[in-house]
Design a protein. Sequence first.
Length: 226
Amino acid sequence: MRLASEGADIAFSYVSRVREAEETAAAIRALGRRAVYCPCNVGNPDDVKRLVAEARQLGPIDLLVHAGAISNIQDHRTLSLDLWRETIDVNLTGTYLVVFAVKDEMIERGFGRIVTISSVAALRPRKMQIHYASAKAGVIAFTCCCAEAFAPHNVRVNCVALGLTDTEMARVLTPEMMQTVVEQTRLGRLGTPEEMAAVIRFLLSEKSSFMTGHTLGVSGGRIMLP
């Protein structure tokens, strides 16, 4: 919605919430922008190909924000190989699939702006999220490598490491866990989707024209990067 309100046509995906997707598309169109959407498991190559094909209805893909992810709490004694693989597939392989589905056309046209989404879980120990933190750390490394590879072609790639944000995904934590996170956050609260959107918009814009390969910690001070 932030990007649409500033003039972007939007292609987006969802997993199962058809009604919410329809409402979002209608809200984008009410702003006078075009919108397309389709279901997509970002860990599935065929789903990603279909999503990108839908997006191309709007014209060349100039901007990509990849935010598809799953998260859960799991003790190391019960962390199964299947759950490990699912978490890596969606959070890390999904990032690879989506970025690599659009990077060639960006490179060919000499323009592209990509933002990946990591987490503060990648930047400090998470004994109950070994699988998730490992995947999100991979997203940061992936971002740095792609930024260096694509930079000669005017394709910038940056990452946002989010702190706990007031979204559905935050509800994987118990109320007690959420309270602990708030207490560890210097600003003393959860982040909002609107605050995250503002940072992402900055990284997609020419206001960040001399930035690539960076990870910005947006965590209310819970994590402070050098």
